[in-house]
Write a protein that binds this ligand. Sequence first.
Ligand code: SF4
Length: 309
Amino acid sequence: MPAMSAVWIEQEPTPASGERRIERENHKLEKRLCRLVGQAIVDYNMISAGDKVMVCLSGGKDSYALLDVLLKLQRRAPVDFEIVAVNLDQKQPGFPEHVLPEYLKALGVPFHIEEQDTYSIVKDKIPEGKTMCSLCSRLRRGILYRVADELGATKIALGHHRDDMLQTLFLNMFFGGKLKGMPPKLVSDDGRHMVIRPLAYVNEKDLVRWAEVQAFPIIPCTLCGSQENLQRKQVGAMLKDWERRFPGRLDNMLHALQNVVPSHLADASLYDFKGLAAHGIADPEGDRAFDPEDFPADAGLPALQVIRM
Ligand code: SF4
């Protein structure tokens, strides 16, 4: 009879098998993070032999994960490069200044803590109740560029991920009237530094999970008392809702950022619409952007108009 009951009644997993499953999941997650970061580094030529990569560590889950994955990749990368972790202590009230040095010492990674009281400057300049993040980030950027120079860093690595990039794309469309995102690699505003975002292909959910797995000592970015940008929050919620209802949509959007067709947008500076003339050569790919058979039935598109030229 035990054999019979095993067929009908699902056995409770023994603790050992449950633990093994979690271990396997965590191992898969670690491999995925390393693979995606490695892929982004290769696709955008982010790190070269001899680079000194300054990893900006805020104390949030994303930057901890960035440092963690880069250290893993450093051990097996085909090129030699250095890593230095940098934290800017902005003197927010209650900032636990021992946390990062202790963590970094235990990790054995070279690091630098830059102490600059940007908190007082921002508090002084921004009226009560207004969001301080924009000025705070601008000040932080300037300081980090200076520190990169002082440390001789050739790359500045930031912990922005796929979802940050997509949020920025929508914010720029909604409020800036621009089709402009957050690139995986860019030259800094002052033209002197190379900024890289190795987490460009990584989704936020994986980073939340990895932070739990690794028990990173998270320092919240709300010590300053500033509200998170409301618009960014709303766009973030919109993206999360889409991903919940239509899994894979955000990855599709990331692919769209890598697959831009200027002839099917409307920027006359990117494509010569004025000089466009019929050339008599048929295009088998044609203009099929909105043919319904291209979309799965449950893609969540509103009553789709078939547009044919
Ligand atoms: S939440 Fe505070 S510390 Fe973080 S960016 Fe905004 S103002 Fe700066």
